[in-house]
Design a protein around this ligand. Structure first.
Ligand code: THU
Length: 139
């Protein structure tokens, strides 16, 4: 984790810990996410599934909802995601949900996709180029 050093290790650990609380009895694919903010705060989330399968909430979306529910409106500097044994990239919907929070603070967070061993690092803007965002509604 070249760009974040020890902060990156801590963020990946937080995502792995959040994965332990996932409610994923249907897919049996627990996911944990951890958001790091410029003030040093970490907000985590896990996937929360439902007997009505299509209502499943992704870990990243839960984390963003928690953070925004606490009043955060930016400052998102990094995101870690822990899913399967190999690095798990955020789904398309979660890329968009993360983009909303990131763009409010003008940041381009580093996304750490953490497998059991390998951690892949990629900027959110690379995962969601030419993103739709709040500014598009001003036209
Ligand atoms: N999932 C996430 O939590 N985040 C993603 O970015 C991809 C998918 C969850 C949704 C569902 O509970 C399970 O993984 C299998 O798709």
């Amino acid at each position: 984790m070249a760009d974040l050093g020890g902060d990156g290790e801590r963020l990946v650990s937080a995502a792995r810990a959040a994965r332990e609380t996932a409610y994923a009895p249907y897919s049996r694919f627990p996911v944990g996410a951890a958001l790091r903010f410029a003030d040093g705060a970490i907000v985590t989330g896990c996937n929360v599934e439902n007997a009505s399968y299509g209502l499943a909430l992704c870990a990243e979306a839960v984390a963003v909802a928690k953070a925004m529910g606490e009043g955060r409106r930016g400052g998102l500097v990094a995101v870690a995601i822990s899913g399967g044994a190999t690095p798990t990239a955020p789904c398309g919907r979660c890329r968009q949900v993360l983009h909303e929070l990131a763009t409010l603070g003008g940041t381009d967070p580093l996304v750490l996709c953490a497998g059991d061993v390998e951690v892949r690092e990629v900027r959110l803007s690379a995962l969601l180029p030419a993103a739709f965002g709040p500014a598009d509604l001003d036209r």
